[in-house]
Design a protein around this ligand. Structure first.
Ligand code: UDP
Length: 407
């Protein structure tokens, strides 16, 4: 098959950890490579956000990134891209006439808008992965949600119109059902993890340890990732192991720009307020290739989002054999087995987070048992090869159905 993937804001070529560059970039890059390894060709269409980008960039055998001219060739926040999706769709349709594909696979709702336009005009089936849903974001962020107001309506229409929706976890299946997505068109295919890069074997990284225990958090520096709760948790059990714990936070702008980052300033202010500033270290963006060593250096990885469409970081920690203390939301409900490979606590509850972290840090046997169980679970269900195989099954089903319908 030749698959035209559409990822309007999240290029596989982008540096990770910035406000709009995270799991979707990782997902698209690895899924494309793993599909190519299974003999398919994948073209990833993404918006040109710099003048000097070539039209096409080969990124590995069978995979190329195609830069689409839609809107100014500048980095724009993803929530400002909707007005450019019509042009993106037209450009995509023109590109597909020159270089035909068997199907379109859109990532994120705005790619779905552009891909639906192109799919209609060139007559191709369309598979949609939302990665995040506006209805969930609105529930948690309320007025602070900067998504275009039409998002929920557009997502509802897309979910009903596309040939298949790939939900990344069972929680998303429930959310999609609430939007009225036809159940027979919704398939769960999780995000994956690079099991060679993220493995228990290898050096321990990060700055030298200054405390008895180290807990690591990784993610885009945005409030809903819940790092504030981890900072507050550090202060909550003065007599326990958490009082002898450092928290390393990877993500956000490059280290040199952390000073002017609003979320970094906010987290520092919270750390000062609760008296743990000397034990909280904001590292800024860490190269993806350096993350495994940082994760391995931790006694536990903390992932306390308010909500989380999937959450690749907990899976990366598990693949490294490091136990996870996370919140019982979204994809973590599927990936982290509570009491087996990690502990799940309610979101936005620093007290519960502190209790779970404290128990784990106090118990080295539990830490290694949970770490081993996490690695096993990552290997069994979340390698990109198996994610690509499951995606390919959905593609094949969609192609068979559309061919039948065309008879
Ligand atoms: N990441 C990274 N460096 C950083 C911060 C994050 O490489 O400094 C990567 C991280 O390893 C993971 C992805 O960005 O692969 C974040 O994905 P996740 O699903 O956890 O969160 P999202 O960003 O999609 O909300």
């Amino acid at each position: 098959m030749r698959v035209a993937m559409v990822s309007e804001h999240a290029s596989p070529l982008a540096a990770l950890g910035g406000v709009d560059a995270g799991g979707q970039n990782v997902h698209v890059a690895h899924l494309a490579a793993a599909l190519a390894a299974r003999g398919h060709e994948v073209d990833v269409y993404t918006r040109r956000d710099a003048e000097d980008l070539p039209r096409t960039v080969p990124v590995g055998p069978g995979v190329q990134v195609v830069h689409v001219d839609a809107g100014p060739a500048l980095p724009l926040p993803k929530d400002a891209l909707l007005p450019h999706m019509e042009v993106f769709g037209r450009e995509l349709a023109a590109a597909l006439l020159e270089r035909p594909a068997d199907l379109l696979h859109a990532h994120f709702w705005m790619s779905g808008v552009a891909a639906r336009e192109a799919a209609g005009s060139v007559g191709l089936p369309l598979v949609q992965t939302f990665h995040a849903l506006g209805s969930v974001k609105r529930r948690w962020q309320g007025e602070e949600d900067t998504s275009p107001p039409s998002r929920v309506v557009v997502e509802t229409e897309l979910a009903a119109a596309v040939d298949a929706v790939l939900a990344t976890c069972s929680d998303e299946v429930r959310e999609l059902a609430a939007l009225g997505a036809p159940a027979e068109r919704v398939h769960v295919v999780p995000c994956g993890v690079d099991l060679d890069l993220f493995s228990p074997d290898g050096p321990h990284g990060g700055p030298p340890r200054q405390q008895e225990h180290r807990v690591v958090a990784v993610g885009r520096l945005v409030e809903r990732k819940g790092v504030e709760d981890a900072v507050r948790a550090l202060a909550l059990a003065p007599g326990g192991p958490l009082a002898r714990t450092e928290l390393l936070v990877a993500g956000g702008p490059p280290p040199g720009h952390l000073r002017i980052d609003a979320e970094a300033q906010r987290l520092r202010a919270v750390a000062e307020e609760v008296g743990v500033a000397d034990r909280v270290h904001l590292l800024g963006r860490v190269d993806h290739a350096d993350l495994p060593a940082l994760l391995r250096s931790a006694d536990a990885v903390v992932a306390p989002p308010w909500y989380e469409p999937f959450g690749i970081v907990p899976l990366e920690a598990m693949a490294c054999g490091v136990p996870v203390v996370g919140t019982a939301v979204g994809g973590l409900l599927d990936t982290v087995e509570d009491g087996v490979s990690g502990a799940l606590v309610p979101p936005r509850d620093p007290v519960a987070l502190a209790a779970a972290l404290g128990r784990l840090l106090d118990d080295p046997d539990r830490r290694s048992a949970w770490g081993r169980a996490g690695r096993r679970r990552a290997q069994e269900g979340y390698g990109w090869g198996s994610v690509a195989a499951r995606t390919e099954d959905v593609y094949a089903g969609v192609l068979a159905r559309t061919r039948l319908e065309a008879l």
